[in-house]
Write a protein that binds this ligand. Structure first.
Ligand code: ATP
Length: 361
């Protein structure tokens, strides 16, 4: 096992800063997901950890040892890309055995490890199959097996499931987590898919525009986002963010959608904020599943659209456009055009400064 420290890492391509700043410590045996929208600098970060790109500034340390100038081959990392690197002229067995042959392991040991990893990844019956004829799903599983078999101390995976179908992706999420637990590797996993990050990672590092926005356990970043970007990016739908003005009386917020209540803790935060005139404009944030709706005859918030998706219903509220989304197990018979009373769980309310987008309190 190996720890990784990305120390004030920066990367520019010409005048363009792909990674503006990154300071992150990844512990021995930890599974960290780099999560963010396309172009936020995830792969650039990964390529620098692997040794494929040099940082413009900052350092990468493995177990405290500076990796500057250490080639990819000497870093002891396993790397699986979105586009699996498989030798199509070899069969499954030979592909799996390749890394161990390069390391000149005895044939009996190679055979034992090939069969073990093949069984783990359910490739056992396919060992003699020519790789050229395999489906995309199997090829990706083989690519993971080929890297995992050499048991690298650090395992880097860059969007390894983006080309495979949804059902297989769900299976592989569980298997990859299981693989990491078994081999106790330090794993860094790049994805723009929050479900992958939330289900597999011990810790998620959320990135946007080349900047690390927040790192924490899935529950932490979901429940206590540090800013409006993280709040909106995580969750499906993301956190509701209603621009509001602090009411002079405190205890509630006036927004164009009505008046929202708050918990005592938030009232304390608000009292502090109210002292600062710059902070009177805020975003009132709550997760779509942290509120309930009840139909009203008249008054309340208009229902704009009702989206029934099997076990759950997403109710979109708003006058001219959907402004707030509420996820319910029971849709209460709400339909577009009706009005509803919204009750937000006070403990789930988060406030953000409207100007900076940073969490308050
Ligand atoms: P994606 O999921 O789309 O790959 P990402 O978060 O992994 O996104 P990166 O691939 O790290 O993003 O790219 C970050 C930014 O840096 C992008 O704007 C990209 O166009 C730019 N970039 C990456 N590599 C280079 C390069 N070699 N030369 C110039 N610009 C680059």
């Amino acid at each position: 096992m190996t720890s990784i420290h990305l120390e004030n890492l920066k990367k520019s391509f010409g005048a363009f800063q792909a990674l503006k700043t990154m300071d992150l410590k990844i512990n021995d045996g930890e599974f960290v997901a780099l999560l963010g929208p396309s172009g936020c600098g995830k792969s650039t970060t990964m390529n620098m950890i692997a040794g494929m790109e040099d940082p413009s500034e900052g350092r990468i340390l493995f177990d405290g040892r500076d990796m500057s100038g250490v080639s990819m081959g000497k870093r002891g990392v396993g790397f699986v890309f979105q586009n699996y690197a498989i030798f199509t002229h070899m069969n499954v067995y030979e592909n799996l055995a390749y890394g161990l042959r390069v390391r000149k392991l005895p044939e009996a040991e190679i055979d034992r490890r090939v069969r073990a990893i093949a069984e783990f990844l359910q490739l056992g019956p396919l060992l003699k199959q020519p790789s050229a004829k395999l489906s995309v799903n199997i090829l990706q599983r083989l690519a993971i097996g080929r890297s995992a078999i050499v048991e690298p101390a650090i395992f880097l995976l860059d969007e390894p499931l983006s080309n495979v179908d949804a059902a297989f992706r769900a299976v592989m999420r569980t298997e990859l987590k299981h693989l990491q637990r078994q081999f106790k590797q330090t794993m860094v996993y790049v994805t723009h898919d929050q479900l992958e990050a939330m289900t597999m990672a011990d810790r998620i590092a959320v990135m946007d525009h080349g900047v690390l926005q927040q790192s924490g356990s899935p529950v932490e970043v979901y429940n206590n986002p540090t800013n409006t970007f993280v709040a909106g990016f995580l969750g499906s739908p993301g956190m509701n963010l209603v621009r509001s003005t602090l009411a002079d009386s405190g205890g509630s917020l006036a927004a164009d959608m009505g008046t929202f209540g708050m918990s005592d803790t938030l009232e304390d935060s608000l009292a502090r904020c109210a002292a600062n005139e710059n902070r009177r404009e805020v975003y009132y944030g709550f997760r779509p599943e942290q509120a309930t709706l009840a139909a009203t005859g008249e008054g309340g918030i208009p229902v704009f659209f009702v989206e029934r998706i099997g076990a759950r219903t997403i109710v979109h509220l708003g006058r001219d456009k959907a402004t707030i989304k509420i996820v319910m197990d029971n849709d209460n018979g709400l339909e577009a055009g009706m009005c509803a009373r919204l009750t937000v769980n006070p403990g789930a309310v988060r406030l953000f400064d409207a100007e900076s987008g940073m969490a308050i309190g």
